[in-house]
Design a protein around this ligand. Sequence first.
Ligand code: BG6
Length: 489
Amino acid sequence: DDKSTVSITVVGASGDLAKKKIFPALFALYYEDCLPKHFTIFGYARSKMTDAELRNMVRKTLTCRIDKRENCGEKMEEFLSRCFYQSGQYDSEENFEELDKKLKEHEAGRVSNRLFYLSIPPNIFVNAVKCATLSATSANGWTRVIVEKPFGRDSESSAALTSALKQYLEEDQIFRIDHYLGKELIENLSVLRFSNLIFEPLWSRQYIRNVQLIFSEDFGTEGRGGYFDHYGIIRDIMQNHLLQILAIFAMETPVSLDAEDIRNEKVKVLRSMMPLRADDVVIGQYKSHTKGGVSYPGYTDDKTVPNDSLTPTFAAAALFINNARWDGVPFLMKAGKALHNRRAEIRVQFRHVPGNLYNRSFGTDLDRATNELVIRVQPDEAIYLKINNKVPGLGMRLDRSNLNLLYKARYSKEIPCAYERLLLDAIEGERRLFIRSDELDAAWSLFTPLLKELDEKKIIPEYYPYGSRGPVGAHYLAAKYNVKWGDLG
Ligand code: BG6
């Protein structure tokens, strides 16, 4: 409306995340007419920069889905004219006061709403929040802060971070991002389950044999080794992205689509799970590999990684939910870097058909005959269901075919980047896709004992060649629960 304004301050504006994701997402929102009428964007960072230099930086690094659209250039200039820069230290109240002054000028007496996106390393989160809230809180509107993982390294450090933030902010001012929750197919998970009659009745131990959550990347840590080595793949991907997907996948029907109702159900799932045991986990680390004359570096070849690092770049794990719906159903997770492909997907393997009349068609491998629902989060978003079908002809031969919803074939509109949805939700005060502190605690308590054990016992990861399918141990883990990874064909 005309009486209020939103100021978005990207704290850490010259960093990678800001350049690659936040500014492009803000521009896409502007292009799509989703930002409020009155808004201002401020970049805040330590380096000295003019407004013009910030705009140049944004212009140069802007690669987003809007690039190829009509009048993109014109819209971009309009957008950039609303972007400004303030240099300052992250722990200086004085510098944030200068920001406050500038924000006030732009707000021009309107109701001021302020969103701070902390795109900075976690060790300076708390000071930045302190200074931003003491010196640059809105006087008459809302103030919200977006923070992104890592939220600590274990239960204790995460709880310490939460309580430090709560000295300056109320829980409902904190927007903890897990960008996987902003992905189109994850948002769609609840739609698939709760607005189609045919899935929800099957969504339980009665019909589902196992659920697989698979994340793979075909590149290594490339330049991020310093960050990564402190965390490892379990903290980087499993404890957050994959566990969040699991919680949404497995939750009971929420009372409504309200953020609190949904988060209440998610937290119940997490609290019904047993902490991960070391013998239900396989860890791996990639080593160098030469293929077709090209040599790919191993993890410890990264100059920012210690030569004797044992940090896992791959992990597979089996988790269980101890409730009436899921008792005994293995939820298998697999996450790795420098593997043979880039993919994120959910695979739901259904049980065998009891007394199947056609069993003979499948030989001894009855698993081959079971239905599998695959939700491919990326790339090439799709939902497909593997069914058994008669091969047309006079004889009776069955094969496996897919009922296939391939997004690019079905929908012409491109899929927004996760950060667009999340930024828009934060501006609108919609908390459904953000992590509440009790969810975060529950998520950490599942992984903390294991992470400590791996560190204390200095467990050696299984080495796998760059570009391979990862450690063989992942198959043994799955086999222990009578499961075959669905992504291996
Ligand atoms: C981040 C991890 O959270 O997610 C990265 O820190 C990972 O290591 C990235 O590469 C993957 O995100 P996306 O959206 O590219 O699948």
